[in-house]
Design a protein around this ligand. Structure first.
Ligand SMILES: [Zn+2]
Ligand SMILES: [Zn+2]
Length: 181
C-alpha cells in the first residue's frame, strides 16, 4: 500500500517541494569502533534546493539524558531482581556504570562544532526546520525571503512506497556507508 506525500510550499513565490516518507537508521561510528544510534531531522538543504533528511546532531544534554535514563532503568531492574532475603538484609543495589559507548559519545559530541549535514548530498549547508506549530515553518526562510508552510494533505494526490536506508556516519556527519533497504 502506498503512502501519501507531504508537500511544503513557499508562501512568497509558490515554490513547492514534496516530502517522500522514508525510514532511516542512522548511527555514528565512534573512534573506538562502537556505533551510536541517532535521529534525523527534516530540513532545508541549500545545495539540494529542497527538503531532505539531515543530521539532528546529538547534543551533550541529550546524551546525558540517555545516560541518566539508562542508569535509572538498570537500577530499577536490579532492584526488581532482589530477593526477599536481599531486602531483609537491606543489601545495597550495586552502582550502575553508564555504557562505554554513551560515555564516548558524550565526549565526542561535546567537542563537535561542525554544522549538521544533509544526508542526501552530505553538504553542511543544512538547516533543520523549526516550526511555529500548525502548518507554519518559522525557519529557515526560502531564498526568495518567503516563509515555508505545510500544505493540506491532498487525498487524491500520488501515493509512494516508503524507502528505507541504513546510514553510518563519521562523528562529523560524513556518510561512511549507505545501504538501501
Ligand atoms: Zn519562495
Ligand atoms: Zn543536500
Amino acid at each position: 500500500m502506498g503512502l501519501s506525500v507531504d508537500v511544503i510550499c513557499c508562501t512568497g513565490c509558490g515554490f513547492e517541494a514534496a516530502i517522500a516518507p522514508s525510514r532511516m537508521r542512522i548511527s555514528y561510528l565512534l573512534p573506538s569502533g562502537a556505533l551510536f544510534a541517532a535521529k534525523r531531522a527534516l530540513g532545508w538543504c541549500s545545495k539540494c534546493e529542497g527538503f531532505t533528511d539531515g543530521e539532528s546532531v546529538p547534543t551533550p544534554e541529550g546524551i546525558r539524558g540517555q545516560i541518566e535514563s539508562f542508569i535509572r532503568s538498570e537500577h530499577d531492574r536490579l532492584k526488581g531482581e532482589q530477593s526477599w532475603v536481599d531486602r531483609i538484609l537491606q543489601r545495597r543495589i550495586p552502582e550502575v556504570e553508564p555504557p562505554a559507548d554513551l560515555g564516548e559519545a558524550l565526549v565526542v559530541f561535546s567537542k563537535r562544532t561542525s554544522k549538521a549535514r544533509c544526508l542526501s548530498c552530505n553538504s553542511p549547508g543544512y538547516e533543520g526546520l523549526q516550526g511555529g506549530g500548525g502548518k507554519q515553518i518559522d525557519y529557515p526562510l526560502h531564498a526568495c525571503g518567503g516563509r515555508f508552510e505545510w500544505k493540506d494533505p491532498d487525498p487524491s494526490g500520488p501515493l509512494v512506497t516508503m524507502r528505507g536506508q541504513v546510514l553510518v556516519l563519521s562523528v562529523e556527519g560524513e556518510v561512511l556507508h549507505r545501504k538501501l533497504v
